[in-house]
Design a protein around this ligand. Structure first.
Ligand code: NAD
Length: 440
């Protein structure tokens, strides 16, 4: 399939939310349409060739494959898999593999575009990719998941590889799937190739600190943003929606650094203590389901109420599209730091901009995940594992470098933080395209 189908259609119009697609906020609008609108906004602020912007509206390549699966009962089902490769001017494509019933071409392309900006804003030598299978992983046994993953690896083997396209876990996949993918790829290559995917278990080339990296980067960026607005972290009140991998790691670190994390939540509800929760003692949903809402806190509330708390910083870290045109007027936080991908809808973004509420975007705040994936890739290529301390130190340095680049773009400009982050990415990508030129 090429860029002209089914995704080459120009984006269009109007209002409302599409909750299953991270970042989309217009009725029926796909992730790719939202990503294109964000690109258009940021491009208006950057001195970049219009032809480059046009190229970036389309993926370089979209692979669609059929993935046959022999079920445990002997019957056969066929699932559809995708790998979207958006742009590789700065290096191999990089991005997750998602197992979810809503996975489709447009979603993969939109998410691959965000990965291009995320890698460029972090100045990593990668471009954006994203893929997945339209399947509900909860309906598969472990053996079926393994067979499906191995067959998918085989179907997209020609377009991936450590120097070509490096997948990672995403919604519905984790280290276990990455281990099977790496093994299937390696068996066919005839050599162990750990660098083909990141997010692997540490015994087969995974990096220490990968799991906690997105939450850690959210905490580092939140601290820098609080400092930027001349506030003191120790006086700051913070509400975190979603106490999972991203949210719990961010909340615990900010708590450790002296902030008052007054509210956290899981899918069942939120807990609130105006004096600050002891987040180290609140167990996450994965650690023990139901423990967040079951924790003995002074007050419990709904997830919707958490979003409306009068706090210094709101960190939505659960799912996409939770701050929307419908509830944004009730959001009282002085600042939003996006832990999840796409928690603020396009319409809500515009209203927050009018109200001068800074929104520190996902492509910067949670980019610790792909950054430590880059460290993992380096470790795999060099066959040398880094210590956790080294991962933490290098992640901190990379996050502050990216934060300073985005802040320099933002300060004195008319841009939002999101525009500024995409603008930083876009100028780096534009420069690379200009240097390489267009062949033939
Ligand atoms: P997770 O499954 O570990 O945690 C999600 C948390 O959100 C859980 O506490 C869950 O109970 C809660 N939750 C789920 N649905 C909810 C809902 N409708 N309302 C309120 N809470 C709900 O997931 P995660 O890995 O922490 O990812 C969270 C977000 O961060 C996602 O948007 C993901 O795309 C993004 N992200 C994750 C990573 C990563 O590597 N884990 C990296 C970058 C971005």
């Amino acid at each position: 399939m090429t860029a002209s189908d089914p995704t080459g259609t120009p984006s269009s119009g109007a209002a409302e939310s599409s909750p299953n697609i991270d970042g989309g906020d217009v009725a029926g609008e796909s992730a790719v349409a939202t990503a294109r609108r964000q690109l258009g906004r940021a491009a208006a602020h950057v001195d970049v060739d219009r032809g480059v912007v046009e190229r970036l509206k389309h993926p370089t390549k979209l692979q669609q494959v059929s993935v046959p699966l022999r079920r445990d009962d002997g019957t056969l089902d066929v699932f559809t898999g995708y790998r979207a490769q958006h742009d590789d001017v700065r290096g191999p494509y990089k991005g997750g593999i998602r197992y979810h019933p809503d996975v489709d071409a447009e979603e993969c392309i939109g998410l691959s575009m965000w990965m291009t900006w995320k890698c460029a804003v972090m100045d990593l030598p990668f471009g954006g990719g994203k893929g997945g299978i339209a399947v509900d992983p909860k309906m598969l046994s472990e053996d079926e998941t393994e067979r499906l993953t191995r067959r998918f690896a085989e179907e997209i083997r020609d377009v991936v590889g450590p120097k070509r396209d490096v997948p990672a876990p995403d919604m519905g996949t984790g280290p276990r799937e990455m281990a099977w993918f790496m093994d299937a790829y390696s068996m066919q290559q005839g050599e162990t190739t750990p660098g083909v995917v990141t997010g692997k278990p540490t015994v087969i080339g995974g990096s220490y600190g990968r799991e906690e990296a997105p939450g850690r980067s959210v905490a580092i960026v939140t601290r820098a943003a609080i400092d930027h607005y001349d506030r003191d972290l120790e006086d700051a009140t913070i509400a975190v929606q979603g106490f999972g991998s991203v949210g719990a790691n961010a909340a615990r670190l900010l708590d450790e650094w002296g902030a008052d994390v007054v509210a956290v939540s899981d899918v069942d509800g939120a807990i609130y203590d105006p004096a600050g929760l002891d987040t180290a003692n609140v167990e996450g949903h994965d650690e023990r389901p139901g423990m967040v809402s079951g924790y003995d806190a002074p007050e419990s509330m709904s997830n919707a109420a958490l979003l409306e708390l009068d706090v210094d910083v709101l960190i939505p870290s659960a799912v996409g599209n939770v701050v929307t045109a419908e509830n944004v007027d009730d959001v009282r936080a002085d600042m939003i730091v996006e832990g999840a991908n796409g928690p603020t809808s396009f319409a809500a973004d515009a209203i927050l901009e009018e109200r001068d509420v800074p929104v520190i975007p996902d492509i910067l705040a949670n980019a610790g995940g792909v950054t430590v994936s880059y460290f993992e890739w380096l470790q795999d290529i060099n066959r040398r594992q880094w210590s956790l301390e080294r991962v933490h130190e290098e992640l901190e340095a990379e996050m502050l470098k990216a934060w300073n680049a985005v802040r320099a773009e933002y300060e004195g400009s008319e841009m939002t933080w999101r525009d500024a982050a995409i603008a930083v990415a876009l100028s780096r990508i534009g420069d690379a395209k200009e240097m390489r030129g267009l062949w033939p």
